[in-house]
Design a protein around this ligand. Structure first.
Ligand code: 13P
Length: 302
């Protein structure tokens, strides 16, 4: 019987956390090859190649320190940098089907093996059980849904809401305010999917990739943390990202820009005041203290 081969592309915080799970499952399951190659964006740590360090110590000392990766994960070098391809680019360029995984999954907690759930969006019913098997563990529970696009979009849009959550934390508002930001953000996520990806299901927003990921990211994520510091220090997002994240990147401000481009094209910025306010504040067009005024008369309140 031909065995399935798995590889991991990317070795950041999340790539390393999921390598622990996938490596163990590949070694355990009879229908998968043992060896799981991992493609690492090469960089020098104190003059030594990250790939050499990981191969020698089986630990990604930069992005997931303190966690040993399974022995069957070997490491190769990806020429030219880290790749962050979204599912349709992968399918278009490689002509392969692409499922997505999104969930309330802060990487360090997953690596610590703290119980959590995740969502896999996979349209192909034949592929779905295999996707679940290579990912699921006792502590990492998987629900597979066929609403691939909505799962992926939830994972991107929640980053914008988390920046908003960081703003209200930085401004000194309380839990009620943050709950309002989370709820209004969720409503904008649902509306965005309805406008740009019609046919998606409302039930997807109640999976881990929806409301649960939104909650964890708005409380425990990097976007929230940097946005709070942005308000408190008045320094630029780029500066804070470089200083606070040790080489990791923030998704929220970039996603806010992409989303704004789409909204502006359809003349719909005023229907998405939270997404729009986050975008304008990140660009310096509005002050963080304007944030609440932007969402005070939200269409949800009319
Ligand atoms: P951050 O990228 O803001 O850390 O969000 C964490 C996350 O995506 C949890 O699923």
């Amino acid at each position: 019987q031909l065995k399935n081969r798995v590889c991991i592309i990317g070795s950041g915080n999340w790539g390393s956390a999921i390598a622990k799970i996938v490596g163990r499952n590949a070694a355990r399951l009879p229908n998968f090859e043992d060896r799981v190659p991992m493609w690492v964006y090469e960089e020098l740590i104190d003059g030594k190649k990250l790939t050499d360090i990981i191969n020698e110590t089986h630990e990604n000392i930069k992005y997931l320190p303190g966690h040993k990766l399974p022995d069957n994960v070997g490491f190769d070098i990806a020429e030219g940098g880290g790749i962050d391809l979204i599912s349709h680019i992968i399918t278009r360029c490689l002509k392969i089907p692409c499922a997505v995984l999104m969930g309330a999954n802060i990487a360090s907690e997953v690596a610590d093996e703290k119980f959590c759930e995740t969502t896999i969006g996979c349209r192909d019913v034949m592929l779905a059980p295999m996707m679940r098997d290579i990912i699921q563990t006792e502590y990492f529970r998987v629900v597979v849904v066929d609403d691939e696009d909505a799962v992926e979009i939830c994972g991107a849009l929640k980053n914008i809401v988390a920046v908003g959550a960081g703003f209200v934390d930085g401004l000194g508002f309380g839990d009620n305010t943050k709950a309002a930001v989370i709820r209004l953000g969720l409503m904008e996520m649902i509306k965005f999917v309805d406008v740009f990806y019609p046919g998606s299901k409302l039930s997807t927003f109640f999976e881990s990739c929806g409301v649960a990921d939104l909650v964890t990211t708005c409380y425990g994520g990097r976007n929230r943390r940097v946005a709070e510091a942005f308000v408190k220090t008045g320094r630029s997002i780029k500066e804070l990202e470089d200083e606070m994240l040790n080489g990791q990147k923030l998704q929220g401000p970039i996603t806010a820009e992409e989303v704004n481009f789409m909204l502006a094209n359809k003349n719909m910025e005023n229907k998405f005041p939270l997404f729009t306010a986050v975008y304008r504040i990140c660009r310096g067009e509005l002050k963080p203290s304007d944030f609440i005024d932007c969402i005070r008369s939200h269409p949800e309140h009319m």
